[in-house]
Design a protein around this ligand. Sequence first.
Ligand code: GLA
Length: 374
Amino acid sequence: MLRMIICVSLVIFGRELAAADLPAAQPFGTTQTGDNVEVYTLRNDAGLVARIMTRGATLVELQVPDANGVSDDVILGFDDVAGYESSDNAYFGCTTGRVCNRIANGTFALNGHRYELAINNGPNHLHGGTENSLDKVIWNAEPFVSGDGRGIVFQYSSPDGEEGYPGTLNVTVTYTVTNQSNDLKIDYAATTDKATPVNLTNHAYFNLSGAGASTVLNHVLLLNADLYTPVDDTLIPTGSVETVVDTPLDFRQPQVIGNRIEELIGTATLGYDHNFVLNASNPGELNTAAVLTDPESGRRLHIRTTEPAVQFYSGNFLNGQKGKGNRTYALRSALCLETQHYPDSVNQPKFPNTVLEPGQRFQSSTVLEFSIAP
Ligand code: GLA
């Protein structure tokens, strides 16, 4: 079937892509439990190179040219599977779920049942659990070519009850690059056989000067958000939605990240670690979430998403761990822009719904577009 689609699209678009252009799998190593991990490489003509591995459908490398045409890897990660399995791995580049971010006290009730999840972040549940969260399991991978695009569909079936969540969840994450635009597109889809909360994101840590460069405090950030969700001392939303005006969270105009971060040091978030509610001009369509610019390299990252929110996390727990090429990942040497539904939505009736019902299909898309700042 896939081959038929490929042949048909080759005829329609008349491009030169052929079966030989299908991204090939390369070995990336073996997990502690003996599973083989493979990595796929996607490239476009503008010099973007993305490498994604089957463990956690994780983005392990993202090469992007700077203003002088010199490429560098702009995301944190490790050279091998052992690095990703180590305690130094703070969700670098992974697909995060079944529910990204926090669930208060690791529990929720649905259809008269109470579900208990792993408590792995203070008193709360974080990023889908401890053993078989989506970032830790091995996904199936199916490469494809379509028009002038190439991509990989990663698929995983999470059994009923895995990490305490109800329902068999069938998830796909599709990474695509094309020559139409200089971006990496990430599409998520999921179905279930029992009502279950779903909130999926990618946890890439960006430093547009290149992973391992000193800090991102000089980066300039715009967030398309008038509102955010304040949190308690354990980073669970209080339930209110408040304006960013007159706070260090006002990024409606581009702001240097380091300018106001000190005002947050004494707070529970230790820096930026907040859920911003996006101003969605077209709900359900791709809207701007963030524009991140590095004045040094000239690289610019424009993130668009169908999700209603984005978590801006300024790498407050990075602690000098050694990553790719033995480079040091110091405090605030990278930041995450995690497109998502609001944290703890399953316990917060006023927040947009995250419960997926049998017969429904969860779908969401996020596009990471790179350019050179004018
Ligand atoms: C998210 C959270 C942070 C932190 C990181 C992982 O961004 O909001 O508080 O847990 O993941 O280190």
